[in-house]
Design a protein around this ligand. Structure first.
Ligand SMILES: [Zn+2]
Ligand SMILES: [Zn+2]
Ligand SMILES: [Zn+2]
Length: 282
């Protein structure tokens, strides 16, 4: 049995049969919804899925004419996707406890991946939907024009947008809180000073969830779509920007993998960046 749980614990569910599929998805909608460079999903027979609690805490957003995405109303973690008519239940691997007993099988929507992310493993790559899953190209998405000296970011529905000037650092973080918060293998965060950050629209739609027992850890998301957005961390004096949700290039690439001692058992780090067991030395 494998358990899935959101960052705040409101959503909890179980799978009672082995997973049959595990895929990374680099589409821009996954990147915005998760706030990660890519999402990773597992699938099992629908009959193997059961809620423990939290079905009533699930918000839904119709992200296209083909898809509905769900998230926890309180913490923004991505929820499971149940498609009884297909016979399958899908869940974001970042919310699973322990070892799911399956490993990633490929990269979907590699043609839409972030320009700041290089795929360095040897798994098969599909430009869009793999032929085995019916093929298809996905939906057209809005583009944002690059501005000099500024990186723009926005949520999945587009109602929240922000700009970052003068970013300072960018890390892939593998800590267990980031994995649950982003519902992903790891997060990729960029940091800027509070003075170098502004919301440009929709700030009133942003909800912030702080883990009660954590000194500083929190996450911000759009309440309309669940898309992860930049979090102004007054405790740290910095802004934490989910790089996968950026619309334009910040002129910086990831610099290290941090908290690798806590990484997901199903994810192998294959890039050549420095690795730190926890925080990098300052
Ligand atoms: Zn939650
Ligand atoms: Zn996707
Ligand atoms: Zn939104």
């Amino acid at each position: 049995m494998t358990r899935g749980v959101c960052l705040c614990g409101a959503l909890e569910y179980q799978f009672t049969a082995p997973f049959q599929m595990m895929m990374h998805c680099h589409c821009s909608m996954c990147r915005k919804h998760h706030g990660a460079m890519f999402a990773t999903f597992v699938a099992a027979p629908y009959s193997a899925f059961r809620w423990v609690r939290g079905e009533d805490a699930l918000e839904k957003f119709k992200s296209s004419e083909h898809g509905v995405r769900s998230y926890c109303r309180q913490c923004g973690s991505v929820g499971p996707t149940l498609i009884p008519e297909s016979g399958f239940a899908f869940a974001p691997a970042g919310n699973l406890d322990g070892d799911p007993g399956i490993r990633p099988q490929g990269h979907m929507f590699a043609g839409s991946k972030s320009a700041l992310y290089e795929i360095t493993d040897s798994l098969p790559q599909y430009a869009a939907v793999p032929p085995d899953f019916g093929g298809g190209t996905g939906v057209a998405r809005p583009t944002v024009e690059q501005r000099e000296g500024v990186a723009d970011g926005s949520c999945l529905c587009g109602d929240v947008a922000y700009e970052v000037r003068a970013p300072m650092r960018m890390y892939h973080c593998h800590c267990s809180r980031c994995r649950r918060a982003r519902s992903a293998a790891h997060t990729t965060n960029m940091f800027s000073s509070i003075a170098d950050f502004s919301f440009t629209r929709g700030e009133h739609l942003v909800k912030e969830y702080k883990v009660p027992e954590a000194a500083r850890f929190g996450v911000s998301f759009c309440t309309r779509c669940g898309g992860k957005v930049a979090r102004v961390s007054r405790e740290r004096g910095t802004v934490v920007v989910p790089v996968g949700a950026l619309d334009t290039n910040p002129g910086m690439l990831p610099q290290a993998n941090i908290f690798v001692a806590s990484k997901a058992p199903w994810f192998d780090i294959t890039d050549a960046l420095p690795q730190f067991a926890e925080m990098p030395p300052t």
